[in-house]
Write a protein that binds this ligand. Structure first.
Ligand SMILES: Cc1ncc(COP(=O)(O)O)c(C=O)c1O
Length: 374
């Protein structure tokens, strides 16, 4: 069986990923591979499986909706769609939502919305930032290795050092449509900006009329201990983009924008986005996150204490530890001991476990990771 999948994959699937194991089942924070080995999953689809794997309430919501109507064109009112939009508006404090199928697509939508409502073309974003792989979202993604092979990209973007407000003030002017910013950089390895950074970005956007677009694709949906990471800062963005943890693994993305910023008829659309199943999964996910959110700071503190000797960067259940060249080896050691973690940018070990992870599981993760770090 194992061999079959590997052989088929090598023969028929484009080799864009490097992978070693096959996961076949999940429940809560646990997953099992095709050899029956059990792991505590601190990758969680890279911050996707917010409610853990196959949460019964999410499974039930998907099955229930699947029995009624699986798909419905956006030419009609879509079951669960407006209800989910209402929830996201309430949770962000913004005014209107629009759905997509992924994080990259949510950012693609934000680029279009910023351009069409400001009449401006240019953007600014930050070094080591990641916003997706579609041509627009890639244009505002810094990492040269993944962006440069696809240039020229049609969205001009100035990159400024993450945290550098003077640099941003120089880069942004009255032709800038928007500034893309992650409140914590996830793919870069859980990089936390200096205090006051988002407020400074807000002020520069206010001074120039550029829109502040906060990418909460990885940090959103309770990951950092609040619904959205920007809510730790007292700053309100113009547009927020969301995806990963929104529907526990069912593909969906969203952008939510302030009053007055909306697509008009015909300006944007998608066949599948905001479909009945995805919205059902998202509504159920929000219900579960509501239950577990108050406990995130306590779980976060447990991780912080457990990793104290490694100087971790932690916000809620988003954890980065600088490891350097040994990162892949540490990752493998953890896997061998039954804990899945991954290496994000620049040799940073990243842990983004399900928000439902238990204290016992946290303690096992701490023990295994500490032993692997040595
Ligand atoms: C901050 C951020 N934005 C956007 C994306 C792209 O999301 P997707 O892979 O769903 O297109 C990611 C994915 O890792 C991300 O971390």
């Amino acid at each position: 069986m194992v061999q079959d999948s590997r052989v088929l994959d090598a023969r028929y699937y484009m080799p864009a990923f490097s992978r070693r194991m096959k996961l076949v089942r999940g429940a809560g924070s646990r997953v099992w591979d095709d050899r029956g080995r059990e792991y505590i999953d601190c990758v969680a689809g890279i911050a996707v499986c917010s409610t853990g794997h196959c949460h019964p309430k999410v499974v039930e919501a998907i099955c229930e909706q699947a029995r009624r109507l699986i798909h419905c064109s956006n030419l009609y009112y879509v079951p669960n769609q407006a209800e989910l939009a209402e929830r996201l508006v309430g949770l962000t404090g913004l005014a209107k939502a629009f759905f997509s199928n992924s994080g990259a697509e949510a950012n693609e939508g934000a680029i279009k919305l910023a351009r069409v409502r400001t009449g401006r073309k240019k953007f600014a974003a930050f070094t080591h930032g990641f916003h997706g792989r579609t041509c627009g979202s890639l244009a505002v993604t810094h990492k040269p290795a993944i962006r440069e092979p696809f240039e020229p990209l049609s969205v001009p973007c100035a990159f400024v050092d993450y945290g550098d407000l003077d640099g941003l003030a120089e880069a942004v002017d009255r032709d800038t449509a928007g500034v893309f910013v992650e409140p914590i950089q996830g793919e870069a390895g859980v990089i936390i900006p200096p205090d006051g950074f988002l407020r400074g970005v807000r002020e520069i956007c206010d001074d120039t009329g550029a829109l502040m677009i906060v990418d909460e694709v990885q940090t959103g949906m309770g990951r950092t201990g609040k619904w959205f990471a920007f809510q730790h800062t007292g700053v309100t963005p113009d547009i927020v983009t969301i995806a990963k943890g929104l529907a526990s693994g069912f593909p969906i993305g969203a952008l939510v924008a302030r009053e007055g910023l909306e697509f008009q008829k015909g300006e944007h659309g998608s066949t599948f986005a905001g479909g009945p199943l995805a919205c059902a999964a998202a509504l159920a996910t929000i219900g579960v996150i509501e239950e577990v959110l108050p406990d995130i700071p306590r779980k976060s503190e447990r991780f912080r204490r457990g990793f104290a000797t490694h100087d971790p960067r932690i916000r809620g259940l988003m954890i980065g530890i600088t490891v350097g060249e040994r990162c892949a080896e540490v990752q493998q050691r953890c896997t061998d001991e039954g804990v899945l973690v991954n290496c994000a940018g620049d040799g940073n070990l990243r842990l983004v476990p399900p928000l439902v992870i238990t204290d016992g599981e946290i303690d096992t993760v701490i023990e295994v990771v500490n032993a692997a770090l040595g």
